[in-house]
Design a protein around this ligand. Structure first.
Ligand code: C2E
Ligand code: MG
Ligand code: MG
Ligand code: MG
Length: 277
């Protein structure tokens, strides 16, 4: 009896594993196909000044279209892209499409800085700075309209070479944001080692900012720290007016979140330039 239970147990896990594996292989296939067809989509989510409500930037967020036309979010395919090495091609295509869109907005008399998320292996790949420079050149886009968002995970591999890479990107005229601030292991020591331009406070700190005194104190401390280091601060994931008001009260200067706008295709963002809060 025990034996047969054990066997069923085993086959249960084996089935589950193979389902996982099938899904992973399937996603990788879709990624290959999308990359070959240059068919990845880039959505944009606006960022706003919490002081006067003007548009301060757009974050580029990649999406993949399934065969049935539905849209897959990065959570389902970025890890597969990282593991398979496809993240390099993905990153290049997203950077290309983002710079192209930034140039189109500039030419339309609606200049806005576009922030592109950069994966760890993309950032650490030899020649990344050159790829950025080439893409700016390709679209004749001034570097002031491009920001790169990186997370701590991109920096831990090799602090010294990461420092050099960030400096050379900044020398190009591109700005650097530290994304998901507060979720990593050594956020504070990274602030000392690198000269970021922007700090994005992770959504998890904003979640109960309107009700939790502890969350308020932490965010307030991060904002003050950023001010004294002359870093811009952006709060991610603002969903309610109560969260917005709480952040305005503590002097946060920029925000982003579903309260203002969800990530959307560029064509759907005509009204993003109208001030809002
Ligand atoms: P992230 O860079 O921290 O981006 C913020 C994520 O939070 C986005 O999810 C955005 O849609 C979501 N978000 C924004 N406002 C709100 C809100 O008010 N409430 C909630 N619940 N969520 C909000 P998304 O688009 O699914 O992207 C997830 C992550 O995938 C990104 O986190 C980023 O790390 C990664 N990612 C996205 N695009 C790219 C890319 O082109 N390259 C790389 N390497 N990573 C990317
Ligand atoms: Mg980001
Ligand atoms: Mg983030
Ligand atoms: Mg985040």
């Amino acid at each position: 009896k025990v034996k047969s239970e054990g066997k069923n147990h085993f086959s249960f896990f084996a089935d589950e594993l193979s389902e996982d594996l099938k899904e992973r292989v399937n996603v990788e296939k879709m990624l290959h196909h999308s990359l070959d067809a240059d068919a990845l989509l880039v959505y944009f989510q606006p960022k706003y000044s919490l002081i006067d409500g003007h548009l301060t930037g757009m974050e580029a967020l990649v999406r993949m279209k399934r065969c049935d036309g539905s849209i897959m979010t990065p959570y389902h395919f970025i890890p597969v892209a990282e593991e398979s090495g496809l993240i390099i091609r993905l990153g290049k295509q997203v950077l290309d499409k983002s710079c192209k869109q930034a140039k189109a907005w500039f030419d339309a008399g609606k200049p806005v800085k576009v922030a592109v998320n950069i994966g760890a292996s993309q950032f650490n790949e030899f020649g990344f700075t050159k790829t950025v420079a080439d893409t700016l050149y390709k679209y004749d886009l001034s570097p002031e309209w491009l920001e790169l968002e990186i997370t701590e995970s991109a920096l831990i591999q090799n602090i010294n070479s990461a420092k050099k890479a960030i400096m050379s990107l900044q020398r190009l005229g591109v700005s650097i944001a530290l994304d998901d601030f507060g979720t990593g292991y050594s956020s504070l020591s990274y602030l000392r080692s690198f000269n970021f331009d922007v700090l994005k406070i992770d959504r998890s700190f904003i979640l109960d900012i309107d009700s939790d005194e502890q969350a308020v104190r932490i965010v307030k401390a991060i904002i003050d720290l950023a001010d004294s280091l002359r870093l811009e601060v952006v709060c991610e994931g603002i969903e309610t007016q109560a969260q917005l008001v709480a952040l305005q009260t503590m002097g946060c200067e920029q925000g982003q979140g579903f309260y203002f706008a969800k990530p959307q295709p560029a064509e759907a963002l005509e009204s993003a330039w109208e001030a809002r809060y």
